[in-house]
Write a protein that binds this ligand. Structure first.
Ligand code: FCB
Length: 450
């Protein structure tokens, strides 16, 4: 291995999710999802935008796979829209919905691209939301049924399965802070949802182990970020500990140790109802996984707060830092720190970076080019850190850029472009940004360009 090469068989990929790219919200029997509903709620989304058309990937998937192939991607991470398979959440499989994913997987295979499938990237069937959604334990049971039925009916090989994408975001942005679907603002609800998501994850892993899918693997994708104190004074240090327990360990610990972090239970239970983890729950939550997917974009820097019951520190934006269009600090070293820490505390198990990338205000030039040097630099520096972690023994097996192409960025609508590929949402034309050409070269050499 040359100094700047990645390990042989390193998986170079790119990621998307169903609601963010597919469009076709009611085609071929698809049911309504909570994101279909939420985006049509006045005031919920920037500029009232919706995913109704998004990248129209449902109809343009062939062209999109050809683009992936032209970049030399080894793997493509996408999600299945649950209401395409079960328009009402459960019951009978909607064959036409499933067929879309069959065609997609087939096309990926024909180009030698490994499919990596997320079962839940936030588009819950609205029919289940009518019954309290993730607040209802039944939703975890419906998820088990949905997962089992995909394992049984998607009869092609799928290299990797991801049960749930970013349960923290689902629980807290969706149910405590109301900025994601279903738009609920209630912290107790968020804690219960978190618990049910862990159950859903566990039930899906169990269903997978009981299925006949051999030589395939399963894991989960968590949004994780290193948390650091602004100074070394005790108040900042303590604030960083708390924020880490809330932001990272609230899901890491149950999944790898079968318990919520004790310090956070202490603090939260002063004001909220913290669900108890029974022995049975613990066993379900912490079944062995084949890998952990890490979504990382930035770090969290905090200082102490005067409020004794505060469960996180106060976030600070360091003055000299550089930020992306999301307002997220560019902090490549954080990826190295995170990988080392996760490996040490929760390993050993194979790790994947299932999302990393940056939004910039990209401009399409007249000749169809996009000079996104900022994105190239971002990706380059994060990858350098990943490489160092590998050199120090972290079993990082692959890396997925968020995102393959510009898409619907949730509450921000189309105002944030994360893609390697520029999408003109009017004409639905795709253009390779300079970062896509750069990534193609990185993949071809299996290493960074000096
Ligand atoms: C993550 C989501 C993904 C995308 C990126 C920017 O939280 O998983 O869908 O929106 O952020």
């Amino acid at each position: 291995m040359g100094e700047n090469l990645f390990p042989e068989k390193f998986i170079w990929g790119a990621a998307t999710s169903s609601y963010q790219i597919e469009g076709a919200p009611d085609v071929d029997g698809k049911g309504e999802s909570i994101w279909d509903r939420f985006t049509h709620t006045p005031g919920a989304i920037w500029n009232q935008e919706t995913g109704d058309r998004a990248c129209n990937h449902y109809h343009l998937y062939k062209e999109d796979v050809d683009l992936m192939s032209s970049l030399g991607l080894k793997a493509y991470r996408f999600s299945i829209s649950w209401p395409r398979i079960f328009p009402q959440g459960g019951g009978r499989v909607n064959r036409e919905g499933l067929d879309f994913y069959r065609r997609l997987v087939e096309r990926l295979h024909s180009h030698g691209i490994k499919p990596v499938i997320t079962l839940y990237h936030w588009d819950l069937p609205q029919a289940l939301q009518e019954r309290e959604g993730w607040l209802n334990l039944d939703t975890a049971r419906y998820f088990e049924e949905y997962a089992a039925s995909v394992f049984e009916n998607l009869d092609q090989s799928v290299d990797m399965w991801i049960t749930i994408n970013e349960p923290w975001v689902i629980a807290f942005l969706g149910h405590a802070f109301g900025i994601h679907a279903p738009g609920i603002n209630d912290f107790n609800s968020a804690l219960l949802v978190a618990h049910h998501l862990l159950l859903a994850h566990g039930l899906a892993v169990k269903a997978f182990r009981e299925s006949e899918r051999e030589d395939e693997s399963i894991g989960i994708a968590l949004n994780l970020a290193p948390v650091q104190p602004m100074t070394n004074n005790s108040s900042d240090l303590e604030a960083a500990e708390r924020s880490d327990s809330f932001m990272n360990r609230w899901f890491l610990d149950p999944i790898f140790k079968g318990s919520y972090p004790a310090d956070m239970i202490d603090i939260l239970s002063r004001s909220f109802n913290v669900p108890e983890i029974s022995e049975e729950d613990a066993a379900l939550f912490s079944q062995p996984l084949d890998f952990l997917g890490i979504n990382n974009y930035t770090r969290i820097l905090v200082e102490g707060s005067n409020d004794e019951d505060a469960f996180t520190g106060n976030p600070v934006n360091p003055p000299d830092a550089v930020y992306t269009e999301m307002g997220w600090e560019i902090y490549p070293r954080g990826l190295y720190e995170l990988l080392i820490r996760i490996h040490r505390e929760y390993g050993p198990l194979p790790l994947y970076i299932t999302e990393n990338g940056a939004a910039f205000a990209d401009q399409l030039n007249e000749d169809g080019s996009v000079d996104d040097e900022g994105r190239i630099s971002y990706l380059h520096h994060y990858l350098l850190e990943a490489q160092q972690a590998i050199a120090e023994g972290v079993p990082l097996k692959g890396y997925f850029v968020w995102s393959l192409m510009d898409n619907f960025e949730w509450a921000f609508g189309y105002s944030k472009r994360f893609g390697l590929i520029y999408v003109d949402f009017q004409s639905q034309k795709r253009y390779l940004k300079n970062s896509a050409c750069w990534y193609r070269e990185v993949i071809a050499r299996n290493g960074l360009i000096e």
